[in-house]
Design a protein around this ligand. Structure first.
Ligand SMILES: [Zn+2]
Length: 171
């Protein structure tokens, strides 16, 4: 038995273990992918007995930020970590290139076409986007609206299977 008030080894959890716990926290907007898949968790490090988690929001002013911080905090406390410092890092800005390969596969399986990198500045202008339908795999798709169910997505429709779907815009 430890002394009363002794904090049971909260600073003993290896960083790899903490990453795997964070990989269980779903993105509040697209719950099929985790915060780690989304690439917004930039760092996990112990500073003495305090765990510092560095988070880069997907875009500044995103209303999900406070929810994300709450969920990170809750997940870590479930595992006995009590001293948590969430650090917000705005630079470099988050980009869809940080979405993991696994995250892209999960998006596609969920019916959201994952972002095509390198297209951010050119959407609808110089380049013709070849967005693959997440349902049937056809490239015969067209943009219906610049904005989908959230500002980060656009509404598209497949000309083959005629299904509408969301495209996760590259930023
Ligand atoms: Zn289709």
């Amino acid at each position: 038995m430890g002394e009363p008030g002794f904090r049971q080894g909260s600073a003993n959890s290896p960083v790899d273990q903490i990453w795997s716990w964070l990989a269980e926290v779903p993105d509040p907007e697209i719950p099929v992918i985790s915060l780690v898949d989304l690439g917004i968790i930039r760092g996990v490090a112990w500073n003495g007995e305090t765990l510092e988690v560095t988070v880069t929001p997907t875009y500044s002013g995103c209303p999900a930020t406070s929810v994300i911080n709450f969920e990170i905090d809750r997940k870590l406390r479930q595992h006995g970590i009590e001293k948590i410092a969430l650090k917000r890092q705005l630079s470099p800005a988050w980009t869809t290139a940080w979405i993991s390969t696994e995250g892209r596969e999960k998006l596609s399986a969920y019916g959201i076409a994952p972002p095509i990198e390198g297209t951010a500045a050119c959407v609808g202008a110089l380049k013709v986007l070849k967005v693959v339908c997440p349902r049937c795999g056809s490239q015969n798709t067209e943009r219906v609206s610049q904005f989908g169910s959230t500002p980060c997505k656009a509404s598209w429709r497949c000309a083959e299977c005629l299904e509408p779907f969301d495209y996760f815009k590259s930023i």
